[in-house]
Design a protein. Structure first.
Length: 311
């Protein structure tokens, strides 16, 4: 036998044994299941089980090489700072492009402020203010296909560490949204089959930042290179510079709820009615000569629409 329980050749109960390799030679260092608790002694593996069974024990699963599966893998790889690609010029340009989009979308008030001054004024006016960190996320879409790889930059708010004017962690109770579930998707598929039409899919552009920020005023600490995009030269003083967040940036605990309320308000204006018991499903009622009802399923900022086109 091998191991701490016994020297080679010593008879021991099967319960303390296992199969294994020693020095490239196949030997019994455990009892096969069919021997139960019988006592066994070290011996060549082939003496106890067949060569075919021995090979099966150590055979790797068959690898599937299907071009179709490879092509439609749609893998997105999240890069870390250890990845050389994270520091590439392509990655920097992707983050800059995203930052410019957010700035143009009015996500922040462009006036830089010193956090200590914000706190002082908030205490004077008995106002609650919050502050959090903003950071970039860099990923590679279609990672499995070298020819189709696209580097994407995202800038998010760190919702796990939001502090108030007293540097205490801020907790949020209402931070849930209403994702679509399998029943809603099945409903859309069934209605599509009944009408004999194909469903249409689309997503909202810059979804969250369409909605205005709510709750206590929230300020953001940005990395120096991103802060310079908003206000060139403002970080040269070394002060704790922050920018007030005006839109519901991704990552804030309230952003999902704020976006949902914003979207539902728009759908209501377009005469969509929420289906009872299915918060993510909406129906727009139309007369039969106008094509009949239209069904809309919402998953965060993705939409599936089913109905007859009479235009």
């Amino acid at each position: 036998m091998k191991g701490k329980h016994a020297r080679k050749g010593k008879v021991v109960p099967a319960s303390v044994c296992r199969f294994g390799f020693e020095g490239g030679k196949k030997e019994v260092v455990s009892a096969p299941p069919d021997l139960g608790e019988k006592e066994v002694v070290s011996a060549p593996l082939g003496n106890l089980i067949s060569e075919e069974a021995s090979e099966a024990l150590h055979k790797h699963r068959e690898k599937i090489d299907d071009p179709f599966l490879t092509l439609f893998g749609c893998v997105t790889k999240l890069l870390t700072r250890k990845d050389p690609l994270y520091h590439s010029e392509q990655a920097k340009q992707a983050v800059l492009k995203e930052m410019l989009k957010l700035v143009e979308g009015g996500v922040w008030d462009r006036k830089p402020r010193i956090w200590s001054e914000v706190v002082r004024k908030a205490r004077e006016e008995n106002e609650e203010v919050n502050v959090g960190r903003v950071f970039p996320i860099i990923s590679v879409k279609n990672w499995e296909s070298i020819l189709d790889q696209v580097i994407k930059g995202r800038i998010v708010f760190q919702g796990s560490d939001i502090r108030d004017e007293d540097s205490l962690i801020r907790f949020f109770e209402e931070c849930a949204s209403s994702p679509a579930h399998l029943g809603a998707v099945r409903l859309a598929a069934a209605y599509s089959a009944i009408l004999g039409v194909l469903p249409e899919q689309a997503d909202a552009l810059a979804a969250y930042i369409q909605a205005d920020m709510q709750g206590p005023r929230t300020f953001c600490r940005l990395p120096k290179e991103l802060a310079e995009v908003i206000c060139p030269g403002c970080t040269s003083t070394g002060e704790d510079i922050v920018f007030e967040m005006k839109k519901a940036l991704y990552g804030h605990p309230l952003s999902g709820k704020i976006w949902e309320e914003h979207l539902f308000s728009i759908l209501k204006d377009q005469n969509f009615v929420q289906v009872e018991g299915l918060k993510s499903v909406f129906v727009k009622h139309r007369a039969a000569d106008q094509g009949g009802p239209v069904l809309l399923v919402v998953y965060v900022d993705d939409f599936v629409l089913v109905g007859k086109d009479v235009s």
